[in-house]
Design a protein. Structure first.
Length: 233
């Protein structure tokens, strides 16, 4: 099957796998994805910043948004292409300050300079036109606003990847994920989306060209999963 990052395809795919998405993510990462989100928020708390308005972009079911509550914001906007994921988000982050919105990352329905923080966990590699999305995020962040990304990037050097992990990620995860989610393709797309994504350094350079500066980069796992903290200049 030929995969695409067209928003209609992405939204439909996540609608289909939404009932099992959280459970599979936690199991397949050994619950490390939970720890990475917690560590990201802990680091954000260490910065001398206030996070009154937070954009949880590609929010999915709300795992990152739930952690963002520790930042004591006035408002969180959970934005995603999948209505089914947003329904789960509403149940998981069931507080009045969290508002769910179906929207495309290339055309955000917000005024300029209105957010202190934008967070994207395991979603940015699904954006069709990454430079356009980064410029749109830049537009809605205020000056000195923070963009935090947790993502699986293409490794700089594939020889660094343990062969057993490569087999697990390329062969076992698609079989397991597709079987449990009852999808014919979603977890094949997962591997392809990482294998064809940017390296973390290439991504940082792209973000720099869109007006962001790097605050910190953390290698969470095997030079694949990184947390990247950026600031709007």
């Amino acid at each position: 099957m030929k995969f695409t990052k067209n928003p209609k395809f992405i939204g439909k795919m996540f609608d289909e796998i939404s009932p099992t998405y959280d459970r599979l993510n936690h199991i397949m990462s050994g619950f490390q994805d939970v720890r990475w989100r917690k560590k990201a928020v802990k680091y954000l708390l260490s910065l001398d910043k206030q996070y009154y308005k937070i954009l949880d972009l590609a929010s999915g079911s709300g795992d990152f948004g739930k952690e963002f509550l520790k930042l004591e914001p006035d408002r969180i906007y959970s934005v995603d292409l999948s209505l089914e994921m947003l329904k789960i988000n509403r149940q998981k982050v069931n507080v009045s300050i969290n508002q769910q919105i179906k929207a495309d990352s290339e055309n955000l329905p917000f005024i300029n300079n209105c957010f202190n923080l934008c967070g994207i966990a395991f979603g940015i590699r699904n954006f069709e036109h990454l430079d356009k999305c980064l410029r749109e995020i830049y537009r809605v962040l205020n000056k000195d606003g923070v963009l935090v990304i947790i993502e699986m990037f293409k490794p700089q050097n594939k020889t660094l990847i343990d062969k057993s992990f490569r087999i697990y990620f390329e062969k076992i995860i698609p079989i397991l994920g597709n079987s449990v989610s009852r999808s014919d393709y979603a977890y094949n797309y997962l591997f392809e989306s990482v294998d064809n994504f940017l390296t973390v350094d290439y991504f940082i350079n792209l973000a720099n060209s869109c007006g962001f500066k790097l605050i910190k980069k953390i290698n969470n796992f095997s030079h694949i999963v990184h947390t990247v903290y950026l600031e709007k200049l």
